[in-house]
Design a protein around this ligand. Sequence first.
Ligand code: ADP
Ligand code: MG
Length: 261
Amino acid sequence: MADTTTKDAVPAVKATQVHKAFGDLHVLKGIDLTVMPGTVTVILGPSGSGKSTFLRLINQLETITGGEIEVDGERIGVKTRPDGQLQLLNDKEIAQQRAKLGMVFQKYNLFPHMTALENVMEAPVHVKRMGKAEARRLAVEELSRVGLADRLDYYPGQLSGGQQQRVAIARALAMKPDIMLFDEPTSALDPELVGEVLTVMRQLAADGMTMVVVTHEIGFAREVADQIVFMDGGVVVEQGGPDIIDQPKEPRFRDFLQHVL
Ligand code: ADP
Ligand code: MG
């Protein structure tokens, strides 16, 4: 677990009364959440409870319909004009905010025609305009960090699901994000491949990375999380330290744990 943060530190993520509707479907109904730098937050909850939508809002892959989110103390998506009116950010400003976040999805979506190394180099070269040599050095470093120093020149099709997901993690890390968002990173993997991905994530947490992780891996949550959030029906039903896994108060959380444990 991370050190307890000082009380005046700026939250890495601060969500205040966040709402999201898709047409008539009200998916998030007032989410409040604070993630302090260097900590790991695990979001648990049944399918359809709005977990992915919440991560996608933080990363501005969806637009918020109510409330606000701050990342590193800066409100996302909008800015206050000198006259006090709110103004939507332009694409470049949104890209700058999104660059603070790395995201790892259930499906890793690597470029199939590129090697592991080329996949990791892609964004530093094409988004950050980094020189090839420097990007290569960085990619080797990040792939080594996820235990794939010996797979640099392999294509995704030559790698196991667990190895591909680790490439996806390295690819996100190569952009030097302040915060990593994980959306069920092990859910698509064969059971025997889950451990290697969780090991990488555990190491990342130990290195002090700020992480928000949606997962059903209760063991990982209990061991690595500083904060657990249980969502159901678009609201936070229960929240606390990892101890709430063993002493859930809310019946809905208790039922959920009985099903996943
Ligand atoms: P979870 O990740 O907890 O399983 P999601 O955030 O994916 O939940 O989905 C929450 C609800 O929002 C679901 O009912 C889902 O069908 C709906 N939803 C998600 N994305 C969209 C979308 N782009 N358009 C319409 N409905 C959506
Ligand atoms: Mg989801």
